[in-house]
Write a protein that binds this ligand. Sequence first.
Ligand code: NDP
Length: 247
Amino acid sequence: MASNIEGKVIVITGASSGMGEATARHLASRGAKVVLGARRADRLEALVSEIRDAGGEAHAKAIDVTRAQDLEALVNVAIEAHGRIDVLINNAGVMPLSPIEKLKIDEWDTMIDVNIKGVLYGIAAALPHMKAQKSGHIINTSSVAGHLIFPASAVYSGTKHAVIAISEGFRQEVKDYNIRTTILSPGAVKTELLDHISDKDVQAANQEYVGQVGIPADSYARMAAFVIEQPEDVDVNEIIFRPTAQQ
Ligand code: NDP
């Protein structure tokens, strides 16, 4: 039986590192036509070359998810190359954790812009095409922090709670267009996410914890593949996964 991944056109944001990169590699190896977005063009180009050298299909575009027009441009790469978009994985995100009393207002703004508005702009870019096709699948990356609040995580958790609310509302609104909606909520995964925490105490504590219990980025890739490969009338609404050793 043909896989429900093979031949699908899958757009992934945050594909230049971590879970997005691992997912691009995994889905391409299973026959998906991947279209990759992030800001670091050099990393995207290297990944596109690697996938093509392995016999896969990949395109990429440098985008900033805080700009709605960039998401439109990314989706248009998929439309121009393949005439459709089957799956959008809104995965780009940032996590500059700090206690609210440190008043790192610029970092609050960045988290809200990337983690919330970036997801909404992705939806805005993909939805008209998915409605016209009468099929599609939006996968949004939330987090265990979308369910729980940890020290110094108030704003980040707020953005990931918002992703869950937006995803569930969206699911209810678009199901009649045959559009599936999935939330993937990872726990501690070893990626570059902690590199940008400016509060050095918070960064050190998180690096120590994730260094001890964190799981590899391809854990996310396998979850993404699982939800995509379900039959089209089956919508996996959310998967929460975390290291076995995580609290
Ligand atoms: P990485 O830092 O490795 O990846 C983050 C990705 O987001 C990068 O590709 C980065 O690319 C991209 N990105 C960041 N800002 C922007 C922007 N403004 N425009 C476009 N792309 C952007 O971390 P992860 O792989 O861990 O993160 C992926 C997602 O998983 C995030 O949403 C994160 O919140 C979530 N998550 C991570 C967990 C973990 O433990 N690692 C746990 C739970 C959720 P570039 O810099 O090139 O733009």
